[in-house]
Design a protein around this ligand. Sequence first.
Ligand SMILES: Cc1cc2nc3c(=O)[nH]c(=O)nc-3n(C[C@H](O)[C@H](O)[C@H](O)COP(=O)(O)OP(=O)(O)OC[C@H]3O[C@@H](n4cnc5c(N)ncnc54)[C@H](O)[C@@H]3O)c2cc1C
Length: 287
Amino acid sequence: MEFTSAASVEEATALLVEYGTAAQILAGGTDVMLQQARGEISAGVLIHIGRIPGLVGITGNGSVRIGPLTTHRSLARSRLVLMTAPALAEAAATVGGWQTQAVGTIGGNVCNASPAADTAAPLLVAGASFELTGPRGTRTVVGDSFFIGRRQTARATDEILTAIVLPHHPERTGDAYLKVGRRSAMEVAVVGLAARLTLDVDGTVEGARIAACSVAPTPMRIAEAEEILQGSRMESEAIAAAGEALTRAVSPIDDARATAAYRTRVLPGLLARALGVAAARAERGVG
Ligand SMILES: Cc1cc2nc3c(=O)[nH]c(=O)nc-3n(C[C@H](O)[C@H](O)[C@H](O)COP(=O)(O)OP(=O)(O)OC[C@H]3O[C@@H](n4cnc5c(N)ncnc54)[C@H](O)[C@@H]3O)c2cc1C
C-alpha cells in the first residue's frame, strides 16, 4: 500500500483521477485504518488530505460553514455550533472516546456513511448541504440526497467533500440529539435521534424536522412524523402519533449491539425527550 499526502484540493482530486478505485482518501483515519486492518477495504494508495489548507474550521456569517477536517472535539466545543446547532455538538461529543474525537473528522464521519454515523441526523435536521469538489468543479448536494445507501453517498469517486454548510438559523428554533448506546459515549449508536423545532410566539410548531440513525441502511428524515408535528402545539396526542409514525418509517436490523425490536421500542420515548429539549431551546432562542 502506498501513502501520499496532497497539498491542495486540486492535487488530491488529480490523484483520485490517476489512481481510480485503488485510491482511498485518508483524513483522521479512525475508520479507514480499522477497515484496512480488518480487510473490509484494500486501498492501493492512501491519499492523506490532512495538510490541505482551508479544509478545517468553523465560520459563520448567517450560514455556518464547517470544514470537513474539523474534528469532533472542535465541533463539540464550538460556540457557533453550540449556539446554532447544539444537536451537532451533542452528537460530536458522543463519537467514541476523547482519542477518537481528537482525530476523527466530520467529513470522515459523513463520507464513511455508516448507518450509525452520529453527526448525520443533526446535519439532516439542520438542512445541511454538502460541497463536493472534483475535476469538473464544485457542486452542492442537499442533505437528504447525500446519503444514498449503506456506506454510499452522492460523492463521486474523484470528488472530495470540501465543506458542510448549515443554512441560516431561523429565530425561535431549537434542536437536540439523543443517542442510545450500551454506554452513552465511546460506543456506536444503538439508535440516534435528532429533532429540530421552530416555534411560533404562541408555541405552535411552525417547522419540525426529525432524523434518525442506526434504524435503516442510511441515516434518514422521518417525513410523516414531521408532518404530524407541524401546526401542532406539541400536545401529547401529536407527540404519540409522531412516535408511531417514526416506528412505522424505520427498518432496523438485529445486530451485535441490539435487536430490531429493541431499537423500535425505544424510539417513541427518545423522540418525546428530544422534542422536549428542542422546544425548550427554541423558546430560549438557543440552537
Ligand atoms: C473506537 C472508535 C469509536 C468510534 N465511535 C463512533 C461513534 O460513536 N459514532 C460514530 O459515528 N462513529 C464512530 N467511530 C467512527 C469514526 O471515528 C468516525 O466515523 C470519524 O468521524 C471518521 O473520521 P476520520 O477523519 O477518522 O475518517 P477517515 O477514517 O479518515 O475516513 C472515513 C471515510 O471517509 C472518507 N473521507 C474522509 N474525509 C473525506 C473528504 N473530505 N472527502 C471525501 N471522502 C472523505 C475516507 O476515504 C473514508 O472512506 C468510531 C471509531 C473508532 C475507532
